[in-house]
Design a protein around this ligand. Structure first.
Ligand SMILES: Cc1cc2nc3c(=O)[nH]c(=O)nc-3n(C[C@H](O)[C@H](O)[C@H](O)COP(=O)(O)OP(=O)(O)OC[C@H]3O[C@@H](n4cnc5c(N)ncnc54)[C@H](O)[C@@H]3O)c2cc1C
Length: 459
């Protein structure tokens, strides 16, 4: 397919709107502010992009993967006046995984990119957590703000988070059914991306946001993430007449088995069950089988869990083997090679035991966008440096968190009855302090919105 799109390199999508098939979908900044932008982000080259072969088009910045990391990176770049194209293998935004909990670091980033208020209005603030044993006995409860006044916890629906981010971008910025199949480096140092729809793109900059099985990471020499010995069932219970729970995270700790549920909105409650398993087991897609297995695990546990599983629409129920990858210094490849860089799970898959995978992906996206924007401002030669600086800044943040999340998971998945009894009767009721445990949610982030004030997500 011959593609001949014109694109002025590194100008914001608004500036491009006159020459590209990307109609602006949101109010533009005031003219004087985008003139400033043009001056600030001077183009690397003003060449017109055209097809170099019948089916190869050129792009400046290609983001692979329209998950949380990919969309947040595209929005962050856009806020700084930089256009990118996002390739997504699926036909539409991914909705699997149903919900996730975002802590204050995640909310700082969402505020910085201008979507925090919009999302806040749709999801309940969670005030605290309660930990129970499998017989329903309360072991301990905490209020988040007693430990840290600035803490903010909400469970968000992944679908709404992704849609909110995507709605900040021009309609055609995200290209669906565009799975990356193969990567090659061209003689000029550009990167050739071959897609499973037959298209090929020659990219100056590639940002791999393609999740735990990232082909970009593989190409950069990263090993596959490692299965950690437990799997998670997840789902979203829907109470059409209103859900009955207080705004708290509820945890139930058993032996080699734990579960939790947290209200998401006035009608929805997210739940999960984590269980030990020597292998990830076969992939199960039949929702009734997934529900049956999940219920079997907690059949003698507090009944609200069984009820939640029953009232979860089929499409919200899934089973995921938990994996991570430890980024050992000197042994692991760097976050970037030349002008290709990784963000989110593609770089640092971590277990969900601290609820930090998506939060860290959001953090990555703003840090990277700022550094890339500064590099573009000071000339193309510094892009590699910007990516190295991103890797050096983010590694001390995500490496310890990955290990900590893994260790917390191992401790919580203990099977030994004596150890579990000590945990439930001494450690949790008497020794645990929530404040220090949640220090990792501290993350400062200035707004990226220099030219556009927050909108309610209009396109
Ligand atoms: C059970 C569980 C519970 C979790 N709970 C939480 C939580 O409470 N809080 C939290 O912060 N995090 C949580 N996480 C982690 C969180 O889900 C991930 O860290 C987050 O989704 C990472 O986002 P990402 O964009 O990097 O990857 P993904 O969300 O996986 O997105 C990757 C995208 O890339 C696309 N893609 C993949 N390959 C290709 C290709 N070849 N070509 C084009 N596109 C491609 C995929 O289709 C997908 O859309 C949890 C994870 C699990 C497993």
């Amino acid at each position: 397919m011959a593609v001949a799109s014109s694109s002025l390199l590194f100008l914001n999508s608004h500036v491009l709107s006159s020459s590209l098939p990307f109609p602006p979908t949101r109010p533009f900044p005031k003219p004087q502010s985008w003139f400033l932008l043009r001056a600030k982000f001077r183009p690397i080259s003003l060449s017109i992009t055209r097809a170099v072969k019948s089916d190869v088009s050129k792009e400046d910045i290609v983001i692979v993967g329209a998950g949380i990391a990919g969309l947040a990176t595209a929005v962050s770049l856009q806020r700084l006046g930089i256009r990118s194209v996002v390739l997504e293998q699926a036909e539409s935004l991914r909705t699997g995984g149903t919900s996730l909990t975002l802590f204050k670091n995640g909310w700082r980033v969402l505020d910085a990119i201008g979507v925090g208020s919009n999302l806040r209005s749709q999801f309940l603030e969670i005030e605290g957590m309660v930990v129970k044993s499998e017989d329903g006995r309360e072991l301990r409860s905490f209020r988040f703000k007693d430990e840290d006044q600035s803490q903010e916890v909400r469970a968000v629906e992944r679908r709404i988070l992704l849609e909110t981010l995507a709605n900040q971008l021009p309609t055609e910025a995200v290209r669906f059914s565009s799975g990356l199949e193969k990567i090659e480096t061209s003689e000029k140092g550009e990167t050739l991306l071959k897609l499973n729809n037959g298209n090929q793109l020659l990219a100056k900059i590639v940002i791999g946001c393609d999740g735990i099985r990232s082909p970009v990471a593989k190409w950069m020499g990263f090993s596959d993430p490692k299965y950690v010995g437990h799997c998670a069932f997840r789902g979203l219970g829907v109470y059409s007449d209103g859900q009955p729970f207080e705004p708290r995270v509820n945890y139930v700790y058993g032996r080699g088995l734990r579960a939790g549920y947290v209200p998401v909105s006035p009608t929805k409650v997210y739940w999960f069950i984590c269980f030990n398993s020597p292998s990830p087991g076969p992939k199960i897609t039949d929702p009734s089988e997934l529900k049956k297995q999940a219920k079997e695990l907690v059949r003698n546990w507090p009944s609200e869990l069984l009820n939640l599983i029953d009232i979860s629409p089929d499409e919200t129920v899934s089973k995921t083997p938990l994996v991570d990858r430890w980024l050992w210094p000197t042994v692991s490849p760097s976050a970037s090679v030349g002008r290709t860089v990784l963000v989110g799970d593609a770089w640092h898959p971590m277990t969900p035991n601290l609820g930090q995978g998506a939060c860290c992906a959001l953090e990555d996206s703003v840090v990277l966008a700022r550094k890339l924007a500064n590099a573009i401002n000071s000339g193309p030669a510094s892009i590699e440096d910007a990516f190295r600086s991103y890797g050096s800044e983010r590694w001390p943040r995500i490496f310890p968190l990955t290990i900590r999340a893994n260790l917390v998971g191992s401790l919580l998945q203990w099977e030994d009855p004596i150890v579990c009894s000590v945990r439930n009767n001494i450690i949790i009721p008497k020794l645990v302090r929530l404040g220090p445990i949640m220090e990792h949610t501290n993350f400062d982030c200035e707004p990226l919105i220099t030219q556009i004030s927050e909108t309610s997500g209009e396109r």
